[in-house]
Design a binder for this molecule. Structure first.
Ligand code: LMR
Length: 391
């Protein structure tokens, strides 16, 4: 029977990691998958994580099963960072650990479907795995344009989509550092979005995978806090893969806000059921390390400092790109206003291939670049190559 299967095309972003690794040109530049890199081009383990891991190894006394909800200490320790001082919204928010942000999105979509959601509206372009998850969970995907041609967020459309939504609709929004465009809503636009949700039938599904990499932990949470303050219920998908550098450890969480505290138990029982049937329980180590950090003020300070260093370095890269202004046919100025790891350059498939073949520069086929792949040692070469392929 298995010989009936038709091959799937490999995930383009993950395939790019292998193509880059196989290139032996010394001056190659990796702007593909979204991992943070230092000015030296490395992706080191955070010092705070190293300390937490050392403590864990010394003190952990069992690796016995936890349960589908994972490390609840981890889940709760994150909540003030995400939701602010009233971190449970009066006892209406609870969460569970998931295998990375992907696990959180998958669980959110699955539980939404179980609750009767039949269509999910989402701005495109988006992280390609969003659409793959919607297709795999078998739920109707209704795309709308996330951005305008001038590089601003298409606020009119998202407001219209939210206002027009019917019972059975959900709207999935990126909380900050939009992947792939880097184009976020301003605080005023988030206020409008929250107002639109307040009188809409739509269930908000908020995906926040890069908190702290835009303008700061608090600043980056503005939109989701605003929406949660305006709606009866919502799902929030969270990832620590980037802001704790835990990529391969798969550290994420899904939070649910119910209409009232009593409404949480049935939702959580469905989440537990779905998680048990999918991965039984999430991997422990990374979440335990994050919990250790967040319960220790020195380690927390070290983590916040590392996060700030990352954010500031990416801001300097963006400033340098924006200062280049017109490069060939491209205008790099908007990149200075965008946030997080990613921006999209309007390059053709041929130009992207030429950058790879002639200049050893690797980026996603959509023209998405990982800003953190650029540093003092390669940014001039990158700008020069853009000029060469677009002139
Ligand atoms: C990315 O978009 O590069 C990251 O979120 C990694 C991934 O899993 O796709």
């Amino acid at each position: 029977m298995l010989d009936r299967l038709q091959p799937q095309s490999p995930d383009a972003l993950l395939a790019l990691i292998k193509l880059y690794a196989a290139d032996d040109r010394a001056d190659k530049i990796d702007l593909g998958v979204g991992v943070y890199r230092t000015n030296e081009g490395d992706t080191p383990v955070f010092a705070a994580i190293k300390s937490a891991e050392a403590k864990l190894v010394a003190e952990q006394d069992s690796k016995s099963y936890l349960g589908p909800e994972g490390d609840t200490g981890f889940v709760r320790a994150l909540m003030p960072y995400i939701f602010g001082s009233d971190a449970t919204m009066g006892g209406r928010i609870e969460g569970m650990q998931t295998p990375g942000g992907t696990g959180a999105v998958r669980l959110a979509v699955a539980v939404a479907k179980q609750a009767g959601v039949t269509a999910i509206h989402m701005g495109t372009p988006s992280w390609p795995n969003h659409a793959q998850i919607l297709s795999d969970v078998v739920i109707d995907f209704k795309p709308f344009d996330h951005a305008n041609a001038d590089g601003t967020a298409n606020i009119d459309t998202v407001l219209q989509v939210i206002r027009d939504a019917q019972d059975g609709d959900a709207v999935l929004l990126h909380g900050c550092c939009h992947n792939p465009t880097g184009i976020d809503y301003s605080n005023e636009q988030w206020d409008q979005i929250a107002d639109a949700f307040a009188s809409s039938a739509a269930l908000p599904i908020l995906d926040i995978a890069y908190q702290g990499l835009g303008h700061g932990l608090e600043e980056d949470a503005y939109g989701i806090r605003k929406i949660l303050g305006a709606v009866p219920e919502a799902l929030v998908c969270y990832s620590c893969d980037k802001n704790f550098g835990m990529y391969r450890d798969r550290v994420g969480a899904l939070y649910v806000m119910a209409k009232n505290g009593d409404g949480l138990a049935p939702i959580l029982s469905n989440l537990n059921f779905l998680a048990r049937a999918s991965w039984s329980m999430p991997p422990d180590h990374g979440a335990a390390a994050v919990r250790v950090i967040l319960r220790d003020s020195d380690m927390t300070k070290a983590w916040l400092d590392e996060l700030e260093t990352m954010r500031e370095r990416m801001r300097r890269v963006r400033d340098r790109l924006a200062a280049a202004g017109d490069v060939g046919t491209l205008d790099l100025r908007p990149l200075g206003q965008q946030n997080g790891l990613f921006s999209v350059l309007p390059l053709s498939k041929d130009q992207i291939q030429q950058l790879r073949d002639d200049h050893a520069i690797y980026m996603a086929g959509s023209g998405r670049i990982n800003i953190a792949g650029l540093h003092k040692g390669n940014i001039d070469k990158f700008i020069g190559a853009l000029e060469a392929v677009t002139s």
